[in-house]
Structures are given as structure tokens and as C-alpha cells.
Design a protein around this ligand. Structure first.
Ligand code: C2E
Ligand code: MG
Ligand code: MG
Length: 486
């Protein structure tokens, strides 16, 4: 039941926070819960210095929650609800930490008021009333014990999200907040409070990309997502090891001439009996499980072998871009991994491009910068993917070994009608030129978008307008027809 954000907002915050999932582990620990397996490790996003009072109470609250959850029955279920504010880090960067702290307090108070009003409307007192706790910087957790029916939890969560979305006139009139809520029920989903928390954190953190600026409630049915995810984890481990993944290739063209210049390699997973799983979903799972290093090295090796086999078949060589996750750089020596893949296949470095994301640039800066510099010296091209959706700090761009910026499809979507998207795209292209970087636009679906990008001076593009990502054979056929694409 998505609702639009309130009208009249002056700051519109868009984009996904790629490190959201990592926060789950910290949040759980701070609230006195057991850590999420596999999600720990790696630097945690900076959290707002919330009220310590909440934290001190957390272990006690956990015991209370555990008792309520264990006592829940199908007739009188308990709900554990996790609220997460969207893009709060960015809000804080804009308004400063003092205002951000007040905004959080106010949002918390609104959730609490909603809960009180909900309980009052049902005549609940004492132990039957719900409780709210501040879990982590921008997250609140609510326990609703002994509900009359499970839909009550969704009703309350929705009301609370609407309340969070109201203007904060006295604190920061220019800001509006949006959030997401995940709901789990005892005994339906588990009788164990730690398991419920794990599920609810997985629902909320999992949706970080799609959940932008929307008010969403994951009602009981959606909890299937969490259960499904546990199954997905086991299946993915097996699939990666059994080699059931596949790499598809999406053509990249020169915008002025329509000449084929390369392709982006995108991993695909077709689950037996279920069908294809979206890459974003299983990449996130692989990151949490620590499988991403293995998966990433496999994609790189597969693409390198493919480049080699196209070359051996007498087809023209083009540059293939490989997506990487910040985790790969953290866990592995990426220079070694890349050198190894190139050596095994005899592919020249110039035919390889690595796509990295802004979250990588901001984590472990020195080590990353060094690895990227060495890769670039070897002749490998480095592209910054999803540019403009992550963090607003641009200062890293000049010190960072980069060859190319990729304009995120969320900006391309609104071209040429949306003046804001045109302005952002134009600014990105101009900045890229000033820094001597190539620009690739992704997600180009319509001719008018391509024409607009061409007029703004973009160099290359990819998107459904030309072709969807395709199996290696199909891309080989495309190469076989020469590099001019009609
Ligand atoms: P990305 O790197 O930004 O990839 C672009 C996504 O946009 C791809 O989704 C692609 O299929 C999709 N796309 C391409 N053209 C269009 C278009 O015209 N319209 C629209 N609406 N979408 C278009 P996909 O393949 O589902 O991948 C999603 C994300 O998963 C990727 O975003 C990337 O971040 C990640 N990913 C994919 N493969 C890998 C991989 O091998 N390793 C890592 N670490 N991440 C990967
Ligand atoms: Mg990419
Ligand atoms: Mg992208």
C-alpha cells in the first residue's frame, strides 16, 4: 500500500544506501540480540549518536520480548515490527547531526504516540500494551504482544509510517522523512525472538533499493520473503559451487556512431523449478553470506574465458565490463585475482573494465585507492557504477583512479521531460569531461532518451533500446555481424 511522500517537500532525497544491510548486525548487537550470521564484518555505516538510554534498556527489553514471543498463541499472536528510515545518513549530511538527532527523537515520539493510540483504541492496558525501542541510528523496533488478530500489526505499522512522513515543521520544515516497516509474527513465523528479529531485519534491509521514498508495509504475507530468503541462502551456496550461474552480456554503443564498443557482463541465476532470481537479490544474499568473493571471481574468470573464445573464433574483441562488489576488494587482493584471470586466458588488460560502486570508494579508502591504481596501471579500465545515487561527496572523484562514470538509470528514466533529471545528467557529463572521464549512460529504453544524452555530450550508452543482456552465444553473433549496430 504505497503512499506518496507529503507534498511541499523541498529536499528530495533519492538513491539507495548500499551498506544498509551491514547495519543489521550492528543494530542487533546494540539492541542485545544475537548477531546475524554472515552479516558481520566490514566497516559499519556511521550511526547517529542516538539516545544511550534506549541502548541501556535494550537487554532488559529483549528478555521481555522473548517472554512475550514465547507466550504468543495463534489466537493472540505477537508482532515484532522493525521501522527503518530511508536515506537518513543523507538527511543528516544535509541538516547536520543536531537537527538529525531531533528529527529522530520526533519520529520516535510519533511512532510511540501511534502505538499508544492504537492500544487505547482497543482498550489495552499494562502488559498488553506495545513497546517501542530505538534499535540503531535510524531504526525503531516495536513489540506488540497479544494482538486480537495479525492484521492489527499492519494497520499500526502503516499508521506509524504515515506519521513519520508528516512534515517536521518545527525542526526542519524542508525535510520529509519516509520509512519502511517489516513485520514478523509469533508464533506464525517463529517463537524465537532472535529468529524473528533476523527475519524482520532481512525484510527491511533487503528492500533498500526498491524502497526509495515510499511508505511501505510488509504485511504478513510478505514475510514469506524472509522465509524464502533463508531457503535462497542454502540454494545459492550450492548453485555457486555447482556452477549453475550464467553470465549475460549487454551491448554498449558509442552514442554518436552506434558502433559497438563493449558489453557489461551481468550474472544470471535460473533456479531450478523457480525461474530467474533478480541479480540484486542474490548478489545481496551472496554479500551477506561471504559468497560474493567466490561468485565475483567466477564471473571474472568466466568473462575472461569468453573474451578469449570470441577472439579465437575470429570475432572482433571489445571491452567487457565486470561488476564488482566492495566486499571483493575487502576480502581479496583484487589485483591478484585479476592478474590470475588474465594470465589463465591470455586476454589483454585493455579488454577488461571493472565497475565499482561509490560505497567501495568510501570504505577503506587507502587500500582501495591503491588496488585501483595498480589495476589501472596494468591497463584495466575502472568505471564508477550507479553514479549519483550513493553519497554526495564528490571530492574523492579527483583522487580516485577512474576512467569512466556510469550515469544511473534512475536519472536516465526521466529524460528528456524531467528538468531535474536533465540538469543532473548534464552536470554529471560536464563534470566527467572536466575530469577527463568517459561517460556511459545505462538504462536507455527510448530513442528520445538516447537523443537527449547525445545532445548533452554523453559518450556511450546501453539499455533495452539496443538490447537486453543476452547469453554469450547471442553476443558472439552480434560481434560476428560487425561492430556497426543498426
Ligand atoms: P548495474 O550494474 O547497475 O546493472 C544494470 C542493471 O540494469 C542490470 O540489471 C541490467 O539488466 C538492467 N538494465 C539494463 N538495461 C536496462 C534498461 O534499459 N532498462 C532497465 N529498466 N534496466 C536495464 P541486473 O542484471 O538485474 O543487475 C542488477 C544489479 O546487480 C547490477 O546493477 C549490479 O549492481 C548487480 N550485478 C549484476 N551482476 C553482477 C556481478 O557479476 N557482480 C556483482 N558484484 N554485481 C552484479
Ligand atoms: Mg554495472
Ligand atoms: Mg548501474
Amino acid at each position: 500500500m504505497p503512499k506518496s511522500p507529503p507534498a511541499g517537500a523541498a529536499i528530495v532525497i533519492t538513491g539507495g544506501e548500499t551498506d544498509d544491510r551491514r547495519k543489521a548486525a550492528a543494530a542487533l548487537r546494540q539492541a542485545g540480540f544475537a548477531p546475524v550470521e554472515g552479516a558481520a564484518g566490514g566497516p559499519l555505516a556511521a550511526t547517529l549518536s542516538g539516545d544511550d538510554q534506549f541502548r541501556e534498556e535494550a537487554p532488559v527489553w529483549r528478555d521481555d520480548a522473548a517472554a512475550e514471543v514465547a507466550a504468543a498463541t495463534l489466537e493472540q499472536p505477537a508482532a515484532l515490527i522493525l521501522f527503518n528510515l530511508d536515506h537518513f545518513k543523507r538527511v543528516r549530511a544535509v541538516v547536520g547531526s543536531e537537527i538529525a538527532r531531533r528529527l529522530l527523537k520526533e519520529a520516535f515520539a510519533r511512532v510511540e504516540d501511534c502505538l499508544k493510540a492504537h492500544d487505547a483504541s482497543r482498550g489495552r492496558r499494562g502488559k498488553r500494551r506495545g513497546q517501542v525501542r530505538h534499535v540503531d541510528g535510524d531504526e525503531f523496533c516495536v513489540l506488540m504482544p497479544r494482538l486480537d488478530h495479525s492484521e492489527e500489526a499492519a494497520e499500526f505499522a502503516h499508521a506509524a509510517l504515515v506519521a513519520i512522513g508528516r512534515p517536521y515543521e518545527k525542526i526542519a520544515p524542508q525535510v520529509f522523512l519516509t520509512g519502511r516497516a517489516g513485520i514478523t509474527l509469533a508464533p506464525h513465523h517463529s517463537r524465537d525472538v532472535d529468529t524473528l528479529f533476523r527475519m524482520v531485519a532481512s525484510i527491511v534491509h533487503h528492500e533498500s533499493r526498491q524502497g526509495r521514498n515510499t511508505v511501505r508495509v510488509y504485511a504478513p504475507g510478505a514475510v514469506a520473503i524472509a522465509a524464502e530468503r533463508f531457503e535462497l541462502e542454502a540454494e545459492l551456496s550450492r548453485a555457486v559451487r555447482a556452477g549453475e550461474l550464467e553470465v549475460h552480456y549487454q551491448p554498449q554503443l558509442c552514442i554518436a556512431t552506434n558502433r559497438l564498443v563493449g558489453a557489461e557482463a551481468l550474472v544470471r541465476w535460473r533456479r531450478a523449478g523457480i525461474g530467474s532470481v533478480p541479480a540484486e537479490v542474490f548478489i545481496a544474499v551472496a554479500e551477506d553470506l561471504g559468497l560474493i568473493a567466490e561468485l565475483g571471481s567466477w564471473v571474472l574468470g568466466t568473462a575472461a574465458r569468453q573474451i578469449e573464445s570470441w577472439r579465437k573464433a575470429g570475432l572482433p574483441s571489445v571491452r567487457i565490463a565486470i561488476n564488482t562488489s566492495a566486499y571483493q576488494f575487502r576480502r581479496l587482493d583484487m589485483v591478484d585475482v585479476v592478474v590470475d584471470a588474465l594470465k589463465k586466458t591470455d586476454v589483454a588488460a585493455e579488454f577488461l573494465m571493472l565497475e565499482v560502486t561509490e560505497s567501495l570508494v568510501l570504505s577503506e579508502v587507502e587500500r582501495t585507492l591503491d588496488a585501483l591504481r595498480r589495476l589501472q596501471e596494468m591497463g584495466i579500465k575502472i568505471a564508477l557504477d550507479d553514479f549519483g545515487t550513493g553519497y554526495s561527496s564528490l571530492s574523492y572523484l579527483k583522487s580516485f583512479a577512474l576512467d569512466c562514470l556510469k550515469i544511473d538509470l534512475s536519472f536516465v528514466r526521466g529524460l528528456p521531460q524531467d528538468a531535474g533529471d536533465v540538469a543532473v545528467t548534464e552536470a554529471i557529463i560536464r563534470m566527467a569531461k572536466a575530469l577527463n572521464l568517459e561517460v556511459i549512460a545505462e538504462g536507455v529504453e527510448r530513442e528520445e532518451q538516447r537523443a537527449c544524452l547525445a545532445a548533452l555530450g554523453c559518450d556511450y550508452y546501453q539499455g533495452f533500446l539496443i538490447a537486453r543482456p543476452m547469453p554469450a552465444d547471442a553476443f558472439g553473433q552480434l560481434l560476428g555481424r560487425g561492430l556497426m549496430v543498426e
